[in-house]
Design a binder for this molecule. Sequence first.
Ligand SMILES: Nc1ncnc2c1ncn2[C@@H]1O[C@H](COP(=O)(O)OP(=O)(O)O)[C@@H](O)[C@H]1O
Ligand SMILES: [Mg+2]
Length: 345
Amino acid sequence: MLQMPDDVILQVTGLKKYFPIESGFLLKKVLGHVKAVDDVSFTVRKGKTLGLVGESGCGKTTIARTVIRAYDPTAGTILFRSRDGVVDMAKAEKKDLKRIRRDMQMIFQDPYSSLNPRMPIMEIVAEPMKAHGVPKSVYEERVAELLKLVGLRPEYMRRFPHSFSGGQRQRIGVARALALNPSLILADEPVSALDVSVQAQVLNLLLDLQEQLGLTYLFISHDLSVVRYLCDQVAVMYLGRIVEIADVDRLYENPTHPYTSALLGAVPDANPKASWRPHDVVKGEIGKATADIKGCAFAPRCPFAKPECLEQVPELISVDPVNPEAQKSACLFARELSLPGVSTA
Ligand SMILES: Nc1ncnc2c1ncn2[C@@H]1O[C@H](COP(=O)(O)OP(=O)(O)O)[C@@H](O)[C@H]1O
Ligand SMILES: [Mg+2]
């Protein structure tokens, strides 16, 4: 029997996902690998939200897709507390995945493309129930209930996706995700495609639902300002690795990794008095994690980099001896640097 602490829903350890880079069409030769996720570990507790943040291409979506086993991991364990007990998603057999995934559902970024335009809302929201053999007589009532739960009128179930706004479509996506009573929601940039004015409404809905239903979230975003509002803990990723993970207020007020501080500088109004402009650090495209990086992957962009930084890969270690779980950083100089953050939300 697999074990983990009672209050933990998801415990990911040493997760790796490498994609092969292949040449040509015939006689495929593997030229190398994209290390989309490279030795990532984190824990998500029941009823809490872990934010996963970083620039486009750093591996966030790959983590979510591997956790739900849309991708097979290259290495690592993914312990998940399903209603039938703790399972390792990394090793789960294909025949068991369907049953386990009742308890783990995804919400996607794009509410336009994730809803089939030819299906009425009723059929879209009922899809997961149909897949599990729930009869129509039961699911029709359940769809009405779900629509109410996400703040939509039940009679909307007869309409098609085109008659809804972006925010309403995302509510429909949330209703579908909730259809089978999951305990864990993997939300991949769920508000990134929405107008700023609508973002707050959807985030509020997610908060309300979490309270009402005791949901646990893995919340992915490239935007640190969105994440603060909703998360208990935040992990910052850079090129396939977590570079800092901390309780939410500590991460914002006292970042210990230069990349976190740089990302915070990209948040409007972030610390206008800072002596260096963190914003300057994060411009330009993030590289691809193909080559074997010898030292810290962020070193080439880091204003504090020293020769040591190019020599060894920094481990993610605690910066607080009193409360080791409260903040961990993968910077050799995490305890020495005094980095600007942003004050209270
Ligand atoms: N199916 C795939 N095949 C090959 N490479 C991929 C695939 N999916 C993602 N990648 C690569 O893995 C890296 C991480 O991508 P992704 O997880 O989508 O990042 P994010 O969600 O943070 O923007 C990128 O370099 C991306 O090009
Ligand atoms: Mg993504």
